[in-house]
Ligand binder design. Structure first.
Ligand code: XMP
Length: 521
């Protein structure tokens, strides 16, 4: 990426700041999010062509609420302030913002309509004077006097300053949120800002990203050795393939088969990496050692901790056998990197301890190579396609590090893993046959530690219950159940009971997240 071709998004802690980044990138423009407290450093490093100020749970009139670095307003660059961003810009440039909950005013939350009163560069080719358009609002405070140089270009019933503009300085503010789907034209409005106002071409592409990253990896690694832990998932696979393109056989991949994988998963990874990409791959058969360690363990957190620790131990042993490495490659994504801005303080509670290879780099004195750090999940998928990964692999549902162990409540044994693997494969087969795989974020079977009585032929059975789970989600943070029709579910149940010995009853999990979590443990 060349300097001056990017957008800096200053984050004041809004829940939807990441959506601004999504919209900017969908417009073909590279952008980064920086917390307001680090925005100046990011600004100096990136040399962006424009700035977007995000929303916030805070209110401008509140004492101690965040401000943008003043240098940003003096940089001579276009600025778009969204919701709190509009208010803080107005306040910092000499306007007035008044708190909500005063008199009749209670704020605007949800769907609202704005009327366009003047032409504005943001509306070019999109909205004309006199028209009304649907937007999504969420604000209690409001601007009551704008800063010198601004004019009103759109109004709503609750916000006479729905959109304000200072065309000379190219400063714009929207009281509504153009980044959310409930503002139907919002993406186009953001595209207008980055293309027409900031003058960016919008030619940021995965092909360009691949080229830049290959050069960067070569420079970072030099003649060093890199080791990469493959999970069989999309992220670590794409990272490995990209790194291999950059440095060839200086990379070795390690795949730990802990016996908690899905049916044929190990063979798929072996064939993809060895046969298709010709990437040096070590496969470690660690099933026995994981099963031995899991014997008698029923507490979900104890399972997770054991698997995480054992994984690191196995990985470390293999790295030593390979004669060590200078770098550890990881498929870290942008959402893991963005520093969240907290106004409430205090750490968030641990719901589940997620498992990754954290802690290894320091222990083994390795530096990190993380070529996907700037990408969102669907961008990683695009990069995978760019690198020639086939659609079946690129579109894979996420699979947790602790694998089937957290889908077998109670004790995990090889026998129970084998039963679950078969049921899961039948379920996914039915989902693919019905053409539903890509509409679902994640689908899997769970093997319950409960036996119930059934009848097959003329015989009594006394076997395990299998639960089926399928959810839709954007990021795994919240999820809805997938509403299969009854005929589909009954087909799955019949096949699983007939084809998988050890299961005689199938139920469907109807719990969204929250209050449930996606995995059962
Ligand atoms: P939960 O169960 O917390 O899962 O609602 C949210 C998403 O995260 C995945 N998950 C994990 N992924 N290591 C991972 O790499 C883990 O330990 C882990 N636990 C849950 C889960 O599959 C879902 O996509």
């Amino acid at each position: 990426m060349q300097p001056n071709e990017s957008i800096l998004i200053v984050d004041f802690g809004s829940q939807v700041t990441q959506l601004i980044a999504r919209r900017v990138r969908e417009a073909g423009v590279y952008c980064e999010i920086a917390p307001f407290s680090q925005a100046l450093t990011a600004f100096e490093r990136m040399k962006p062509a424009g700035i977007i100020l995000s929303g916030s749970p805070a209110g401008v009139p509140e004492e101690g609420s965040p401000r943008a670095p003043v240098e940003l307003f003096d940089a001579g660059l276009p600025i778009l302030g969204i919701c709190y961003g509009q208010q803080v810009m107005s306040h910092q440039l000499g306007g007035r913002v008044e708190p909500g909950n005063q008199g009749e005013w209670e704020g605007e939350f949800g769907r609202a309509f704005i009327a366009i009163t003047e032409e504005c560069a943001l509306f070019d080719g999109l909205w004309a004077v006199g028209e009304r358009h649907q937007v999504w609002m969420s604000h209690g405070d409001k601007v009551t006097a704008f800063a010198p140089g601004f004019k009103i270009v759109a109004v709503s019933d609750g916000a006479p300053f729905a959109v304000i503009a200072d065309e000379e300085r190219q400063f714009y503010g929207t009281q509504f949120h153009p980044e959310v789907a409930h503002t139907p034209d919002g993406a186009k409005l953001i595209a207008n800002f980055v293309h027409r106002v900031c003058g960016l071409k919008g030619d940021w592409s995965m092909a360009a990203y691949r080229e830049t990253k290959v050069a960067e990896i070569r420079e970072q690694v030099g003649t060093g050795k890199v080791i990469c832990g493959l999970s069989g998932g999309v992220d670590s696979s794409v990272a490995a393939i990209l790194i291999h393109e950059a440095i060839g056989d200086q990379l070795t991949c390690v795949f730990v088969d802990h016996g908690l994988l899905r049916l044929n998963e190990r063979q798929q990874v072996e064939s993809l990496f060895r046969d298709h990409y010709n990437i040096p791959l070590v496969v470690v058969d660690a099933e026995e050692r994981f099963m031995a360690g899991l014997a008698g363990v029923t507490d979900p957190e104890a399972k997770r901790k054991f698997i995480g620790g054992e994984f690191i131990a196995v990985f470390e042993e293999e790295a030593k056998k390979l004669g060590g490495a200078d770098f550890l490659a990881q498929g870290t994504l942008y959402p893991d990197v963005i520093e969240s801005v907290s106004f409430t303080g205090g750490p968030s509670v641990t719901i589940k301890s997620h498992h990754n290879v954290g802690g290894l780099p320091e222990r083994m004195n390795m530096k990190l190579v993380e070529p996907l750090r700037e990408l969102f999940k669907d961008e990683v998928r695009d990069l995978g396609r760019e690198l020639g990964l086939n659609e079946l692999f690129v579109g894979r549902h996420p699979f947790p590090g602790p694998g089937l162990a957290i889908r077998i409540p109670g004790e995990v044994t090889k026998e129970r893993c084998d039963i679950l693997r078969k049921a899961d494969a039948v379920y996914l087969d039915e989902i693919r046959n019905a053409g539903l795989y890509d509409a679902i974020w994640q689908a899997f079977a769970v093997l319950l530690p409960v036996r119930t009585v059934g009848v097959m032929g003329d015989y009594r059975t006394y076997d395990s219950v299998c639960a089926l789970r399928a959810v839709t989600s954007v990021d795994g943070m919240t999820a809805d159940i997938y509403p299969f029709d009854a005929a589909f579910l009954s087909r799955c149940a019949t096949r699983i009971i007939n084809e998988v010995k050890g299961i005689n009853r199938v139920v469907y999990d109807y719990t969204s997240k929250p209050p449930g979590t996606i995995e059962w443990e």
